[in-house]
Design a protein. Structure first.
Length: 465
C-alpha cells in the first residue's frame, strides 16, 4: 500500500517536527497536523515562520519550505482523520495526577479520546501509528476501542516511537540512529509495517529501519530513555563522590568513556536531568514492573529518579550553605530555565526545583533565559503548588537581559548550558555583582580558572573546592 495522506493528531514537540520532516522528504504525501489547541495551531500557521510555537534549530526554515505545499496545520481533526490513510497519534501522555497509579502511571486519557474520535469518524481502512511514548500493551487498549466502537472498517496498529532529542530535533530526524516500527504478526500487520517503512525509506537507509513486534517496540522506547537517564544519574552519583575526594568528574567521564563498551556520550554530570520523557518514562517503567509484582526491577529503576532528585536538591543546598547558611533577602541570578540548551521546553527542568528550594529559603530569585517566556516560568512554579500565584510573582523576577539579572546579585547559578553564557563578558558581570561574588556552575560550562582570576568564588558539580 502506498501512503498518500497522513494525519497527525497532536502538534507538539514530537508531532510538529516529525511531520515537518516527513512532509519535507515526501513531497508526494499530504500531511495534515491537527490539534485541539487553537492558539498552538494559529502559531504554526503564523505568516512569520519564526513564530512557530516550538523553538528548534532549523525547524522554522523547514516549515517555511513545506507549509501550504504538502504540510498543513489545522484544528479540524475530523476532516483530517477522514482523509488519511495513516494516522499518527502524537498527543501528550503525562504522568497521572489522580487515582490509581497517581504520580507513576502514564495518563492515557488523551490517547483514548483520540482512539474514540478516530473510530467515530473513519469510513475507510486506516493504519494507526502510536508515536507518543506509551506503556507496554497500549496497542491492545487502542485495538479494543477501535474495534468495538468503529464503523466496521479495518484498523492496523503500529508502534513507531520517536527518539529525537529536543534542541537537536531536526538533525535527529534527518539522520536517525534507527527508526523503530513495531507491527502485528499477520499479513495485514506486515503490510501496514511495510507501508510505514516505505515512508521513512524516502530518506533513512533501509538497514536503519528496524521492525519488531508491537510490544518490543513499545518497551524499547521506555528502555532507551531509562538507560540514558541511568547514565546521567550514574555520573551524577559519582560527581558527589568526586567533590569530597580529589577526583574530577570530567576526567573520570573521559577515562571511562574511552572504553568502547561504555562509550563517551551522555556522561556529562549536571544539576540533574529534566525534560518531558526521562522521569515520566522511568516512573512508568517502575509502575509496570510493580503491576507485575517485579519489585526488585521496580526498585532498581526507581533509584535513577531518587538520585536525580537528590542531585537537584543538593545543588540548591550547596548555594544556601555557601552563602553563609542563609539566602534570605539575597538576590540570586538563575541563568537558564530550559531543561537543556537550544529548546524553549521547560518540562521537569532542574531550574524549577532549584528555584522552588531557594524561594522557600526566602531568596530573591531572578531568572534569565534566552528562549523561555516569563509566563512559562511562572506557570511552572504555580504548577508545583508550593505557594500562591501572587507570591511566586512577588518573590521571583524574570528579566530579558543577563546584566539585569546579575546586577547587585550575591550569586549567579548556571542551570542550562546555553552557548551564549560562555561568551558573556564575565568581568563586567563580576563588576556588577555584590562581593564576595559567588558563581555556581551546574553544567560545568565555564572556564573556572578564568572566573577565579577575575575574582569569583566558583563552585561546580563534580570537583572539590
Ligand atoms: C572485567 C572488565 O571487563 C575489565 O575491564 C576489568 O579489567 C576486569 O573486570 P572480566 O571480569 O574479566 O573483566 O570479564 P567481563 O567480560 O567484563 O565479564 C564480567 C562478567 O559479566 C562475566 O560473568 C560475564 O559473563 C558477564 N557479562 C558481561 C554479562 O552477563 N553480560 C554482558 O553483556 C557482559
Ligand atoms: C530524551 C532522549 O534523548 C530522546 O531520545 C527521547 O526521544 C526523548 O527524551 P530529551 O529529553 O529531549 O530527549 O533530551 P536529552 O538530550 O536526552 O536530555 C535530557 C536531560 O538530560 C536534559 O536535562 C540534559 O541536560 C540532561 N543530560 C543529558 C545530562 O545532564 N547529562 C548528559 O550527559 C546528557
Ligand atoms: P509531546 O512532547 O509529546 O509532543 P506536547 O504536549 O508538546 O507533547 O503535544 C501534544 C499535543 O497534543 C498538544 O498540543 C495537545 O493540545 C494535543 N492534543 C491532546 N489531546 C488531543 C486530542 N484529543 N485531539 C487533538 N490534539 C490533542
Amino acid at each position: 500500500m502506498k501512503i498518500k495522506n497522513i494525519c497527525c493528531i497532536g502538534a507538539g514537540y514530537v508531532g510538529g517536527p516529525t511531520m515537518t520532516m516527513i512532509a519535507a522528504k515526501c513531497p508526494h504525501i499530504k500531511v495534515n497536523v491537527v490539534d485541539i489547541n487553537n492558539d498552538r495551531i494559529a502559531l504554526w500557521n503564523d505568516s512569520n515562520v519564526d513564530n512557530i510555537p516550538i523553538y528548534e534549530p532549523g525547524l522554522s526554515e523547514l516549515v517555511g519550505q513545506t507549509r501550504g505545499k504538502n504540510l498543513f496545520f489545522s484544528t479540524d481533526v475530523n476532516a483530517a482523520i477522514h482523509q488519511a490513510d495513516m494516522i499518527f497519534i502524537s498527543v501528550n501522555t503525562p504522568t497521572k495526577t489522580y487515582g490509581v497509579g497517581k504520580g507513576m502511571a502514564a495518563d492515557l486519557k488523551y490517547i483514548e479520546l483520540c482512539a474514540r474520535q478516530i473510530a467515530a469518524v473513519a469510513t475507510s481502512d486506516k493504519i494507526i501509528v502510536e508515536k507518543s511514548t506509551l506503556p507496554v500493551r497500549t496497542a491492545e487498549a487502542l485495538r479494543s476501542i477501535l474495534d468495538n466502537t468503529g464503523n466496521g472498517v479495518n484498523f492496523d496498529i503500529l508502534s513507531n516511537p520517536e527518539f529525537l532529542a529536543e534542541g537537536t530535533a531536526v538533525t535527529d530526524l534527518l539522520n536517525p540512529d534507527r527508526v523503530l516500527i513495531g507491527g502485528e504478526d499477520s499479513d495485514r500487520g506486515r503490510a501496514a509495517q511495510q507501508a510505514l517503512v516505505d515512508v521513512y525509506a524516502n530518506w533513512v537507509p533501509k538497514k536503519q529501519i528496524l521492525t519488531t513486534n508491537v510490544w518490543s517496540s513499545e518497551l524499547s522506547k521506555l528502555t532507551a530513555n531509562a538507560f540514558l537517564a541511568q547514565r546521567v544519574s550514574s555520573i551524577n552519583a559519582l560527581s558527589e563522590l568526586c567533590e569530597v575526594t580529589e577526583a574530577d568528574v570530567n576526567e573520570v567521564a573521559r577515562a571511562i568513556g574511552s572504553d568502547s563498551r561504555i562509550g563517551s556520550k551522555f556522561l556529562k554530570a549536571s544539576v540533574g536531568f529534566g525534560g518531558s520523557c526521562f522521569q515520566k518514562d522511568i516512573l512508568n517503567l517502575v509502575y509496570i514492573a510493580q503491576t507485575y509484582g517485579l519489585n526488585e526491577v521496580a526498585d532498581y529503576w526507581e533509584q535513577v529518579i531518587i538520585m536525580n532528585d537528590h542531585q537537584k536538591r543538593r545543588f540548591a543546598k550547596k548555594i544556601v550553605k555557601t552563602l553563609f547558611n542563609t539566602v534570605s533577602g539575597k538576590k540570586i541570578a538563575l541563568m537558564g530555565w530550559a531543561f537543556k540548551k537550544d529548546t524553549n521546553d521547560t518540562r521537569e527542568s532542574a531550574s524549577i526545583y532549584v528555584a522552588d528550594y531557594l524561594l522557600n529559603e526566602q531568596a530573591e530569585v531572578v531568572v534569565y533565559d534566552p528562549k523561555v517566556t516569563s509566563e512559562q516560568i511562572y506557570s511552572d512554579l504555580d504548577y508545583l503548588g508550593t505557594r500562591s500565584h501572587e507570591e511566586n510573582r512577588r518573590l521571583l523576577k524574570v528579566v530579558k537581559n543577563p546584566l539585569e539579572a546579575v546586577h547587585k546579585a550575591h550569586a549567579a547559578a548556571i542551570l542550562t548550558e546555553w552557548d551564549e553564557f560562555k561568551h558573556f563578558d564575565w568581568e563586567i558581570i563580576y563588576n556588577n555583582m555584590l562581593k564576595p561574588a559567588f558563581l555556581f556552575d551546574g553544567r560545568i560550562l565555564l572556564n573556572h580558572n578564568e572566573l577565579e582570576d577575575i575574582g569569583f568564588n566558583v563552585y561546580t558539580i563534580g570537583r572539590g573546592e
